[in-house]
Design a protein around this ligand. Sequence first.
Ligand SMILES: [Zn+2]
Length: 158
Amino acid sequence: MKIRTGFGFDVHRLVEDRDLWLGGIKIEHTMGLLGHSDADVLIHAICDALLGAANMRDIGYHFPDTAGEFENIDSKILLKKTVALIATKGYTIGNIDATVCAERPKLKNHIPQMQQVLAEVMGIDADDVSIKATTTEKLGFTGREEGISAYAVVLISK
Ligand SMILES: [Zn+2]
């Protein structure tokens, strides 16, 4: 058996008049993340971690933000495509551990639903999708609520 790890990181800017999509679900908030797709920063970090683990470049390489087909696309579709991409090399997901850095909104109560939704998209057990939320103690761009960042590590095997 071959086991590999991967790491992903992403940032999106918070702006007014955008829906906030995070971890595959829409969350009520005064601002949303700006991006070519729905800007789901957590899903993007997970996609990059999966691609990195399989040594298959990054999310921008496969789903360029200049392509009209990906405009405002639901990032769950990108995640599903990413799982299919690593499967072409024979890899399946072991587990995922992710952290979202956001000053607001409080994510604690949304995490079980995110785990459920993302696990379903990836065809894995919800117990294999860990999502953690933290603030950055009002420091930096996340602390000033200018954006949200996300980190993810994954384990894949074949
Ligand atoms: Zn992104």
